[in-house]
Design a protein around this ligand. Structure first.
Ligand code: ZN
Length: 417
């Protein structure tokens, strides 16, 4: 087993961009010919397909949100007219809405990069606990697992009791599913009198479709000896990013162009700032350009010590509607939560006001121990806060224990619009 899934993962960023730009410009030209709806979108924005040459040109096109796609599909069922009619469609999946997704070919192995990076290979017996029924998850994760050579147990959404039995009888080594379901499987195994760590061989887990909180990760890794990995994607665009063994951000898949944009303008934010994840999957089947996921993230452009050169997403910081913009930068409640977990779950509350034309960010902090609020403490805290949230705090207000209610909003916008 080599170090990478393929040679593309270690190519230079310049080479990646050149190849992706080329694929993207071909995709637009093909889409313009094949899809009357894409043609209409480009014509409406006075864009000649031949003028689309690089990923920067994506900004000239509108972002298509999930809601917008549902609306487009209703107008032109079943695929909004964005499909390539000259390509035979292998599979059709559905999402609530209903949205119909013509799926990428069965030879496009979604998630294989993620499984490879998680160290899953031919020696593994993987339990795939994602649903196989109607939705894309089950079959696409299944194919990715097969691509890296693993044997798959397609357990889908069977009961936790059956999953425990499968893990035990078939000597399952890896779990693929949601973190919460793995926790219920572990609980069920305890109930049945097993010791999950000692009695079973499941030592790896790949999660998607649900936030994976650091505390739960610690439980899986420390208490149960399970090496955990996160994967990120969406039915409309397939796999988007995956975690490597360094567990410090998710590498963007080679087949996708990911932009981080200001949801209000659709323009890319400066690298490192928080914005909406907008995905364009390079393919010749479904011409969905600039799919707006509604998820918030930041781009990490530093080199990763695993050797993969693709930029990384710094996890998901929440949904677009939850964030508050401070001096042009988004601040999401989940980012505050990340800061909290680094400080013993200290209660925090951010309040944004306006002084003249300037946004002011005040942070209320409960003084849960005497060190909080000292000059040294504040310097360290400010650094952590900036690393996670990118925004600088203007004022600190240290309040008594119990002043911030657990049910209170963690971000309050008091600006007069
Ligand atoms: Zn890496």
């Amino acid at each position: 087993m080599g170090k990478y899934y393929d040679k593309f993962e270690a190519r230079s960023n310049k080479e990646r961009k050149l190849k992706q730009d080329l694929c993207f410009s071909k995709m637009v030209q093909s889409g313009y010919k094949q899809s009357p709806v894409l043609r209409k979108i480009l014509d409406k924005h006075h864009i000649k397909p031949s003028s689309i040459k690089t990923r920067e040109d994506l900004e000239r096109l509108p972002v298509i949100t999930r809601e917008k796609l549902v609306e487009m599909e209703m107008k032109k069922p079943p695929y909004a007219g964005l499909e390539n009619p000259s390509v035979a469609i292998n599979r059709i999946f559905t999402s609530p809405g209903p949205v119909y997704e013509p799926h990428l070919s069965e030879t496009d192995y979604l998630w294989a990069r993620a499984f490879f990076a998680a160290g899953i290979g031919p020696k593994d017996i993987a339990l795939n606990a994602f649903s196989y029924h109607m939705v894309a998850a089950g079959l696409t994760f299944h194919n990715g697992l097969r691509k890296v050579g693993a044997t798959v147990v397609p357990s889908g959404t069977s009961s936790s009791q059956i999953q425990v039995q499968l893990i035990k009888d078939l000597k399952v080594t890896a779990y693929v599913g949601t973190p919460s379901f793995l926790m219920s499987i572990i609980d069920k195994s305890k109930e049945l009198g097993f010791n999950f760590k000692k009695d079973f061989r499941a030592k790896k887990a790949c999660f998607a479709a649900e936030p994976f909180l650091p505390a739960l990760r610690q439980t899986f890794e420390k208490e149960y000896g399970i090496d955990t990995y996160q994967m990120y994607g969406a039915t409309e665009v397939g796999d988007v990013a995956y975690e490597c063994s360094r567990k410090n951000g998710w590498h963007i898949c080679e087949e996708t162009i990911v932009e981080i944009v200001d949801p209000a303008t659709g323009k890319n934010v400066v690298a490192g700032e928080l914005g909406e994840v907008v995905v364009t999957r390079l393919n010749d089947i479904f011409f969905l350009l600039r799919f707006g996921t509604g998820d918030l993230s930041r781009l990490i452009t530093d080199k990763c010590s695993c050797g993969r050169t693709a930029y990384r997403l710094a996890g998901i910081a929440g949904r677009v509607g939850d964030a508050v913009k401070v001096r042009g930068l988004f601040l999401a409640p989940s980012q505050l939560k990340m800061v909290q977990t680094k400080y013993n779950n200290i209660p925090l509350q951010g309040i944004v006001t306006r002084d003249g034309y300037h946004d002011v960010l005040k942070l209320r902090i409960e003084k849960i121990n005497p060190e909080i609020g000292t000059a040294n403490w504040q310097i360290k805290f400010e650094k952590t806060f900036r690393d996670i949230c990118t925004v600088k705090v203007d004022h600190f207000e240290y309040v008594e224990v119990g002043s911030i209610n657990p049910g209170d909003k963690s971000m309050i916008d008091q600006r007069q619009m």
